[in-house]
Design a protein around this ligand. Structure first.
Ligand SMILES: Nc1ncnc2c1ncn2[C@@H]1O[C@H](COP(=O)(O)OP(=O)(O)OP(=O)(O)O)[C@@H](O)[C@H]1O
Ligand SMILES: [Mg+2]
Length: 167
């Protein structure tokens, strides 16, 4: 792990750092790789911001086939599919949630913003990793002030390394 990540991560792990953890940095600098490593170690749920919003739509339209043992909910098992409330339960109850690719296409709809705000509210004070290619200022043009104050209230790490895909 890169050395400048160690101090803020130790603080978060020992309870003296503030959530959420916002990781920002240019494309290909290993942000998703890092998140996957953390998820492998601690477990949790991973979505990209746009996938999560899309999954909520599909879940309500036709249901997402039940993927396994993540939620032991009688209603879910009987139905064999997940509805949006099950996706929200994951967000509420998993030990760690990662939302990747925030603001990736430079614009969001009102509904997408509302959903991200709900994620932020459900995870307030609890492990949540947010990842974006955009710097805080640019991200602020994509999301509104209320969301930005929630996104940046915890620990912010800026990765400055080079694009690993070019090596
Ligand atoms: N610490 C690492 N050790 C080995 N390979 C790595 C490491 N970090 C990243 N990589 C590799 O570098 C490439 C880019 O990493 P990754 O996809 O995590 O970048 P990213 O910052 O999420 O990029 P993007 O902003 O485009 O989503 C991947 O192929 C990944 O496997
Ligand atoms: Mg990535």
């Amino acid at each position: 792990m890169r050395s400048y990540l160690a101090d803020p991560l130790n603080k978060l792990a020992t309870g003296s750092g503030d959530w959420p953890l916002l990781i920002i940095g240019p494309v290909g600098t290993g942000k998703t790789y890092f998140a996957v490593q953390v998820l492998d170690t601690f477990g949790g749920v991973y979505h990209t911001a746009s996938d999560f919003c899309q999954k909520l739509i599909v879940a309500d339209e036709r249901g997402i086939p039940w993927p396994g043992n993540h939620i032991t909910n009688r209603q879910t098992e009987e139905a064999g599919v997940w509805r949006s409330e099950h996706l929200w339960q994951q967000i509420k109850y998993h030990p760690l949630v990662v939302i990747d690719e925030l603001g990736v296409r430079g614009e969001t709809t009102h509904t997408q913003r509302e959903r991200i705000q709900t994620v932020l509210d459900y995870r307030e004070g609890r492990p949540l990793i947010l990842i974006s290619n955009l710097d805080v200022k640019t991200l602020g043009a994509v999301y509104d002030d209320r969301i930005m104050s929630r996104i940046t209230r915890g620990t912010v790490i800026t990765i400055k390394d080079e694009d690993r895909r070019q090596k």
